[in-house]
Design a protein around this ligand. Structure first.
Ligand code: DNO
Length: 348
């Protein structure tokens, strides 16, 4: 297992000098942010984000994310050229020593929350999801938007994109994902890279858009779509875990055993009602997930990939990027490493 930490390059309020003082963190998870989705990440652009990281003595082996253009998810006629660009980006990342690429196949929206600064009893603030609040923000009936909404779309563009998805149901989205994977996985195999699909967050359909990476059977189907260790998953505890039907210990055990978990997002959530949850400190007792048991299942089934603490709360008056401040993620990484050391030693 290699502990890593997500960092948004030099624009991040969290500094590499701070991250490198977390002795258990060995590597950085980052991305090129200034090239539009769909275009090639050049070797120069990749070298520019890599340099400060290796200069700080940290590894540059995980990218999160290389975003997938909506036309690929929609199966539009332009997709072949866009997939060719994606393949060139994969080759360029492989040349730079990258070993794992996290991506998602969620239409239009990435993760969705109703609140980014949900106040907790102890004064900390966290991300939260309340079903009714989210449903009331349906873009087809209101111009209001949710916090964290992608502001690169105007409301009219968003409506037109949602309209295009009316022709894409779950099966069509699976077919488009399969088409994409069949083209990119051979390139990953040649480039020494493992793809790690991020589960849908939360793992249920929203605003009529299909969401397909939602639980055990979906992960199984994904793995079978292209049967290669290069076609893997990001085991995000919090994304899958907010559906209580998802048995996170069993999922971790099964897919680690099948060697399909190159990357883990470790985080805890508290399920407060039907399709309602808030994020919590990483500690098991703070949320609905048993972090010890999930990590133990990974360990016992041979997990040897990358892991990072996921969303932290804002604590100690930090006003960090939602989910990505320094303090709570640093505490989370420390906790996960402590559990891992205990698990490792108790199994020798
Ligand atoms: C949220 C992240 C996601 C993730 C993408 C991967 O905090 O886990 O935005 O990076 O879904 O493509």
């Amino acid at each position: 297992m290699q502990m890593t930490f997500r960092w948004y390059n030099n624009g991040d309020a969290v500094k590499l000098e701070q991250i490198r003082q977390l002795p258990y963190v060995k590597g950085i998870v980052t991305a090129v942010y200034d090239i539009p989705v769909g275009e090639v990440w050049t070797e120069e652009a990749i070298a520019a984000i890599k340099k400060p990281i290796v200069d700080a003595g940290l590894t540059f082996e995980v990218i999160e994310s290389v975003p997938v253009h909506e036309d690929i998810k929609l199966g539009a006629p332009t997709r072949d050229a866009l997939i060719d660009n994606y393949c060139t980006t994969i080759r360029n990342l492989g040349k730079a020593g990258v070993k794992c690429i996290c991506y998602n196949f969620m239409p239009v929206f990435d993760w969705l929350r109703s609140e980014l600064q949900h106040p907790m009893a102890d004064g900390s603030k966290c991300l939260a999801f309340d079903r009714d609040t989210v449903l009331a923000m349906d873009p087809s009936v209101t111009e209001l938007s949710l916090p964290g909404w992608d502001e690169s779309y105007t409301h009219a563009e968003l409506l037109s994109l949602l309209d295009k998805y009316k022709a894409v149901d779950e099966e069509k989205l699976w077919a488009n994902l399969g088409y994409f994977l069949k083209k990119i996985i051979p390139v990953c195999e040649e480039s020494g890279i493992k793809m790690a699909i991020h589960p849908d967050d939360p793992p249920w359909g929203i605003f009529g858009l299909p969401r397909i990476i939602t639980g055990r059977d979906a992960l199984d189907r994904l793995c079978k779509t292209v049967d290669s260790p290069a076609n893997g998953i990001t085991l995000c505890f919090g994304s899958l875990g907010c559906n209580p039907q998802n048995d996170m210990v069993a999922i971790a055990a099964e897919f680690a055993k099948r060697d399909r978990i190159p990357f883990v997002h470790a985080r805890n959530i508290y399920i407060s009602g039907e399709r309602c949850f808030n994020e919590t400190a990483h500690l098991s007792e703070c949320g609905s997930l048993d972090m010890y048991k999930i990590l133990e299942a990974l360990y016992e089934n041979g997990f040897d990939g990358y892991i990072r603490p996921d969303h932290g709360r804002n604590i100690w008056n930090e006003n960090g990027r939602p989910g990505y401040g320094l303090y709570d993620r640093a505490l989370g990484a420390s906790y996960v490493c402590g559990l891992w050391e205990a698990i490792e030693k108790s199994h020798k």
